[in-house]
Design a protein around this ligand. Structure first.
Ligand SMILES: [Zn+2]
Length: 120
């Protein structure tokens, strides 16, 4: 069929010779190595960034939790002050607090959480 030259090894094994030049193979290898290096560097950068993000997430979650607790405690103090003054300002305090902190105290930690069981 083919009159192409084969090396003795390929002739012996009855397979086609690799028909790509050394120059082309070398070029491919260099190019692939460079691509691998770039991707490995990029991966390392991303892993580093991921670790930073995870640390910051954990840190900020903790700070938010503490801030929530502080806000709940402050709200309780204000409510108790109002109650001590004999004024029914509960609703006003809750509204102001919601505006100021933009968050709600953890469930069950505040007098503003109403848990009616409406069983009939
Ligand atoms: Zn060959």
């Amino acid at each position: 069929m083919s009159d192409k030259l084969k090396c003795s090894e390929c002739t012996r094994l009855g397979r086609p010779c690799v028909s790509v030049s050394w120059g082309s193979l070398d070029k491919s290898r260099e190019s692939l190595k460079a691509s691998l290096s770039r991707d490995e560097e990029e991966r390392d950068r991303l892993l580093e960034r991921l670790a930073e993000l995870q640390a910051r997430l954990a840190r900020n979650r903790k700070v938010l939790e503490q801030t929530n607790e502080r806000a709940a405690a402050k709200l309780n103090c204000l409510v108790q002050e109002m109650e001590a003054d004999g004024e029914d300002m509960t609703q006003t305090v809750i509204d102001a607090s919601a505006l100021e902190f933009e968050l709600f105290p953890p469930a069950g930690s505040s007098s503003m959480v109403v848990q009616d069981s409406q069983n009939g």
